[in-house]
Unconditional design. Structure first.
Length: 605
């Protein structure tokens, strides 16, 4: 602190001159720019004679920032030069006690951390609080200085020049600095824990501790990291309640190290004394340089080269997760597990299905491009298997390429069951028949012939290909072919369906049971399915018996249309026989007449 030199002159000057000087001092607003007399960070408080006093840092002639250690003397801008640093003393040159030296070392170090290259209320408040402590410890007789003077004005929020300064935090910081000095004074030590051998690409955790001269952990202090070959998540981390700090990072190079540092109390506080100044002026202040001494530690990592990327695969049917693909095609999902990739880089997986039996490529390919977030993981490659591979065992071959298209890993093992799927066999074509009479749909054919319709149901044909059905009726009793054949050629639009084959049965098969035998031929004339079951009722029809003719009379006469046997030869009819036949005729006529009369009577009722 120092009464501004210009203000001391004003004490003997006019009020008008004082007003002019006050206006010029507003440029010294501590949070924004150096003041007229070199003020940097801090606050003003009203002096006992009405002249404002300064608590804070000053700009040295060489541009550095410092606290004054000589109460009531002129500011450093009034010195022409300063000498080399020497141990701090009281203003009158007497030595500081070891306790005061230790306290000031802690206060100046802590405040320096909050002030160096900082601006704003916090920096100003720390600069002012430290200044009050320094002035109290370095003031010597006959001058008098009491901390409660400035602190009282700061508590009241006094703003002698109306610059808008906010001083309410100064007293609390003052108390905190002195209280912590009693616990954390003395030389500090910062140390990093050792790290085991790591692999390129690994995430490492770097830990360490900050301890005071008494061995106590120093809490709630930021430490700063600088690293080579390690991508740290943060370069500034705080100590915890025990003085321990932790930061993580990814090892990005084979030469890697991390250094942690922190401004810390020095063993001895140094000051600089003025060497020359205007002979007409009083001796300028001794100055305590802002303490940027630091403690630091470095840990060097032993980094092993990352293992080569590798892949493994597991191929399955997408539809149900098993390893069997439908005969008419499907989708194979190859789950490719990868290891030792570099997170954040782009990779491409390309694959092709290979015929296990022949080792030949099928032309069925798949590809995916991905960017892993971790070194190890899984990604899917899909393959669409078309119809035509029924009965084939397929093996997924995979290649992993980096962003430049270089193959960096393969998995091509023809005997690896995990990357193998099997396409099921195509079901064989089959037929079944149902033979009926065309005339009425039953299974009885007229004795004198008719048409048999054999409805042939088929399954598992190839739509769009031509097929031929040929059939023949077989005598069920003898098993012999009848020569009655039928044939139809067709082209199915679906794999399963029905087509009719007709057989014309001529007269002469009355009383015969016939069974339809069918054969299905492909477009090349090869028999691909048959249905020839002599005991299959569905493909069986029966030709009804031929009706029997009435038997002739004993004498060779034949029945007439009336049912009366006409004599065609033989022994002449005698009188008795004639009488019998006449009686029978008359009896029949009477019965017929009676029946007709009864029917008419019923109608009239």
């Amino acid at each position: 602190m120092k009464q501004h030199r210009g203000w001391r002159m004003l004490a003997a000057g006019t009020v008008a001159a004082a007003t002019a000087a006050a206006l010029s001092f507003t440029a010294a607003a501590p949070a924004f720019a150096d003041g007229t007399n070199g003020e940097v960070r801090g606050y003003l408080w009203p002096g006992g004679n009405g002249v404002p006093n300064w608590e804070g840092t000053y700009r040295m002639p060489d541009g550095t920032e410092a606290w004054c250690a000589s109460v009531w003397e002129p500011e450093p801008i009034y010195a022409d030069s300063y000498g080399d640093p020497v141990p701090l003393t009281k203003e009158d040159g007497t030595a500081l006690s070891s306790s005061d030296m230790s306290t000031l070392a802690y206060v100046i170090s802590t405040a320096s951390h909050m002030v160096i290259n900082k601006s704003g209320k916090t920096a100003d408040s720390y600069a002012a609080a430290a200044s009050v402590i320094i002035h109290d410890k370095t003031n010597g007789a006959p001058n008098e200085y009491k901390p409660e003077w400035p602190l009282g004005h700061f508590d009241n929020g006094d703003d002698p020049l109306g610059t808008g300064q906010q001083t309410d935090a100064v007293h609390g910081i003052y108390d905190s600095l002195l209280a912590d000095a009693s616990k954390y004074a003395g030389p500090w030590t910062i140390a990093l824990d050792g790290i085991d051998t790591v692999t390129l690409g690994d995430t490492v955790t770097i830990t360490g501790s900050l301890t005071s001269g008494t061995g106590a952990g120093v809490p709630n202090r930021d430490v700063t990291f600088d690293s080579t070959g390690i991508d740290l998540v943060s370069t500034t981390v705080p100590t915890n309640a025990d003085g321990v700090f932790t930061v993580e990072g990814i090892v990005t190079a084979e030469v890697a190290s991390a250094t942690v540092s922190r401004i810390a109390p020095a063993d001895t506080v140094m000051m600089r004394e003025p060497v020359s100044w205007d002979s007409n002026s009083a001796r300028p202040q001794n100055m305590i340089l802002i303490d940027d001494s630091a403690v630091s530690d470095t840990v060097n990592l032993t980094v092993e080269a990352a293992p080569a990327p590798s892949i493994g695969t597991s191929a399955t049917d997408q539809s149900d997760g098993d390893k069997i693909i439908a005969w008419d095609g499907g989708t194979v999902v190859d789950a490719v597990s990868y290891e030792n990739l570099t997170p954040g880089e782009e990779y491409t997986l390309t694959g092709e299905l290979v015929n296990k039996e022949t080792g030949e490529k099928t032309g069925i390919t798949g590809e995916t491009t991905f960017t892993p977030t971790e070194a190890n993981g899984t990604v899917d490659v899909t393959f669409t298997v078309p119809e035509g591979f029924d009965g084939t065992t397929l093996v997924a071959y995979e290649k992993l390429l980096d962003s430049e298209g270089t193959v960096i890993a393969t998995h091509e093992d023809i005997n690896d069951d995990a990357q193998t799927v099997t396409v099921e066999d195509k079901p064989a074509p089959s037929i079944g028949t149902s033979a009926t009479d065309q005339s009425d749909g039953d299974k009885i054919i007229a004795w004198d012939g008719g048409t048999v319709v054999d409805a042939v149901s088929y399954e598992n044909l190839t739509p769009g290909e031509e097929y031929t059905l040929t059939g023949e009726l077989v005598n069920k009793e003898t098993g012999e072919k009848t020569g009655i054949t039928g044939e139809t050629t067709f082209t199915p639009t679906e794999a399963n369906g029905t087509v009719d084959v007709t057989f014309t049965v001529p007269e002469g098969f009355d009383g015969t049971t016939l069974v339809a035998y069918e054969k299905l031929l492909d477009s090349e004339g090869t028999v691909i399915a048959t249905h020839e079951d002599i005991n299959d009722d569905a493909q069986t029809v029966t030709v009804e018996d031929k009706p029997n003719a009435p038997a002739p009379s004993a004498d060779g006469d034949e029945p007439t249309a009336t049912g009366i046997t006409a004599h065609t030869g033989g022994t002449p009819v005698d009188g008795a026989s004639t009488g019998i036949w006449v009686s029978l005729i008359l009896l029949g006529a009477a019965l017929s007449f009676g029946t007709a009369a009864y029917a008419r009577r019923r109608q009239n009722q």
